[in-house]
Ligand binder design. Structure first.
Ligand SMILES: Nc1ncnc2c1ncn2[C@@H]1O[C@H](COP(=O)(O)OP(=O)(O)O)[C@@H](O)[C@H]1O
Ligand SMILES: [Mg+2]
Length: 334
């Protein structure tokens, strides 16, 4: 079990309101990601759920029980942080077993839980090693193992992969997703990285300045961002946002078109422009094209083999089926 409900939860530090009252439900077994720019209140919200911070207002419930005044250790949650403090002189087995030994659990039960966690995390062959003999990714897995053995009703992760290099992050992302499939336990995962959010989440909660901008599945957010903030935040490279005359043609204050929904041609098209910087990733190419009458260059995604020289004249055509329209408040127009 692990259904978490926030009812008008708010947080102020002194006179500064970091999180205005918000409502949020996280269903049992769901992988929910809190994503937003640095300082938007993701960690604070997670800490309010964990009980590591007191709410300034509202209620936190877990599986129908109010937990607002319950201390962190009694909420049945396990938290994994970015900086994982392992005991360097203890073996992996002892590090993972630590919270259970503290709780004076039966030895045979501890052994079973540690070995089950090691299986889930592919750490079976490393149980007798010390943390110093492990890679960064393996150490992070040990920290997760310590959370798993407590059999929490939910796992809370605060940017657990930020300290790892890019290749390792991709690997760990898959491992955490795999672990979620195997354990089917509620997970809340905080990140500023929208790619992590898109690839891992069942449900994404986009935050800006303590306010929930949108809640939805990765594809819901991609297909129908509720406002220009979500439109610009979700998707890589970013959605192109255009104002002025071009938007007015579509009865909007701002129109949005993703780089993958524009075709580029050197013969004809809707908008005429000049190629600026090109980025070749092998699988794709991104071209930054300065078009007449538009303030910012447009980013266009094309096939990996396309080569266009700097300064070349090109034509762009947006796929109007994928055009997003927003009003002067930045809100989506359906
Ligand atoms: N203990 C604290 N005292 C005062 N301000 C805090 C405290 N913790 C966080 N804040 C402020 O709350 C805001 C949100 O912080 P945080 O939740 O850490 O953001 P995020 O995790 O999204 O980067 C920031 O402006 C931060 O400076
Ligand atoms: Mg944070």
């Amino acid at each position: 079990m692990g259904r978490i409900v926030l009812d008008q939860v708010s947080k102020s530090f002194g006179k500064t309101e970091v999180i205005p009252p918000l409502d949020l439900t996280i269903e049992d077994g769901e992988f929910t990601v809190f994503v937003g720019p640095s300082g938007c209140g993701k960690s604070t919200l997670l800490r309010l759920i964990a009980g590591l911070e007191d709410v300034s207002g509202g209620k936190v419930s877990i599986d129908g029980k109010e937990m607002t005044e319950v201390p962190p250790a009694k909420r049945g949650l396990s938290m994994v942080f970015q900086s994982y403090a392992l005991y360097p002189h203890m073996s992996v087995r002892k590090n993972i077993a630590f919270p259970l030994r503290m709780a004076k659990m039966d030895k045979a039960e501890i052994k079973k839980r540690v070995e089950d966690a090691a299986t889930v995390l592919n750490l079976t062959d490393y149980l007798s090693r010390r943390p110093g003999q492990l890679s960064g990714g393996q150490r992070q897995r040990v920290a997760i193992g310590r959370a798993i053995v407590r059999e929490p009703s939910a796992f809370l992760f605060d940017e657990p992969l930020s300290n790892l290099d890019a290749a390792l992050r991709v690997g760990m992302r898959l491992e955490i997703s795999e672990m979620h499939k195997r354990l089917a336990t509620t997970m809340i995962y905080v990140t500023h990285d929208q790619v992590e959010a898109m690839t891992m989440a069942d449900k994404i909660v986009v935050l800006q300045a303590g306010v929930i901008e949108q809640v939805g599945s990765p594809l819901e957010l991609y297909r129908a961002p509720r406002n220009t903030f979500v439109a610009g935040f979700i998707g890589s490279p970013k959605m192109n946002l255009l104002t002025g005359e071009e938007a007015a043609k579509h009865d909007a204050h701002t129109i949005g078109i993703r780089p993958e929904h524009i075709t580029i041609s050197n013969e004809s098209g809707t908008w005429e422009g000049v190629v600026g910087v090109s980025e070749h990733l092998g699988s794709d190419s991104f071209f930054h094209v300065k078009c007449d009458g538009f303030e910012d260059p447009l980013t266009v995604r094309a096939g990996g083999e396309l080569q266009l020289s700097y300064g070349a004249k090109v034509f762009l055509t947006p796929d109007t089926a994928h055009l997003h329209r927003f009003n002067d408040q930045g809100l989506r127009i359906e």
